[in-house]
Design a binder for this molecule. Structure first.
Ligand code: ATP
Length: 263
């Protein structure tokens, strides 16, 4: 059982953004999608949930064909956290309850309501439950959007820079919660990230995009300074600090590209 992508081509009109992306992830892991601005990270995530249907390729989750699955069924298997949410008129509670929509036929069940309550508590959002979501701060709203995705109880969670508006503590809290849910519930997470150190801390796999193609895909421990330099154009050293790999950008005028590999 796994999530696999094969020969994915994605574009906007005549402009091709991604060519031949392919990778495979085991269940219960977090995959960080990295690359410079405009590399195609959001485009990849949108294509996996068919907001932007791919031009060709295959996307399979535990043997199911995600590109041909009816939309209601798709939203029982896959949840998506966009980079920014639109206008929010509902309360926080009702916004998170929207995540149960793929399962609700007439009215929400007791289980639906209890699940939303428990997610709000776990995400430390319970004190905001009755507030209109539109009145929240950017970071609070980002957490509500993640809570709504978790309420979908997906097997695949796609997140587009989910911590961009969060402070340090909330970044750590949210990513630790996501990693923990991934492990405990066999959830596969594909998350676009700009923060290399957050990726080294929380992503089990790195998917590196460059010039419309996959530049690399490997477990975190196999990422090298050369790969980072090739993708971002910045020389870095990978250092181990208190058990974590940390990317330290180097002054390219003084340092050559042959750098320390994380031990
Ligand atoms: N609606 C669109 N129509 C045409 N081109 C688009 C559209 N959306 C994105 N693009 C282009 O596709 C390319 C990839 O964009 P995408 O948003 O996927 O990059 P990204 O890696 O997520 O960038 P960032 O890190 O800045 O969020 C860019 O060149 C962008 O200009």
């Amino acid at each position: 059982m796994s999530f696999s992508v094969d020969g994915l081509h994605v574009g906007y009109g005549k402009s091709m953004v991604l060519r031949g992306v392919g990778f495979e992830l085991p269940p219960g892991c977090v995959c960080g999608v990295l690359g410079v601005n405009g590399a195609g990270k959001s485009t990849l995530l949108k294509s996996l949930i068919r907001i932007l249907p791919p031009l060709s390729g295959e996307v399979r989750l535990n043997g199911l064909d995600l590109l041909r699955m009816p939309r209601r069924q798709l939203s029982r298997h896959v949840a998506y956290v966009p980079q920014s949410s639109g206008v929010q008129l509902l309360s926080v509670f009702d916004t998170v309850l929207l995540g149960r929509k793929p399962y609700i036929t007439w009215a929400p069940s007791r289980r639906d309501l209890a699940l939303v309550e428990s997610i709000l508590t776990a995400m430390h959002l319970d004190h905001l439950a009755l507030r209109p979501a539109g009145s929240l701060s950017g970071g609070e709203l980002q957490k509500v959007t993640i809570a709504r995705a978790l309420a979908q109880e997906p097997e695949l969670l796609l997140m587009d820079e989910p911590t961009s508006s969060l402070d340090l503590k909330n970044q750590m809290d949210v990513m630790e919660r996501i990693s923990d849910i991934a492990t405990r519930q066999n959830l596969t997470v594909v998350v676009s990230m700009h923060d290399l150190n957050l990726a080294f801390r929380h992503a089990d796999y790195f998917l590196l995009l460059k010039n419309g193609a996959m530049h690399g895909f490997c477990p975190r421990d196999e990422v090298t300074p050369e790969m980072i330099r090739e993708v971002y154009g910045v020389p870095v050293a990978l250092e181990r600090i208190r058990g974590h790999t940390v990317a330290v950008p180097l002054d390219s005028r003084r340092q050559g590209p042959s750098l320390v590999k994380a031990g």
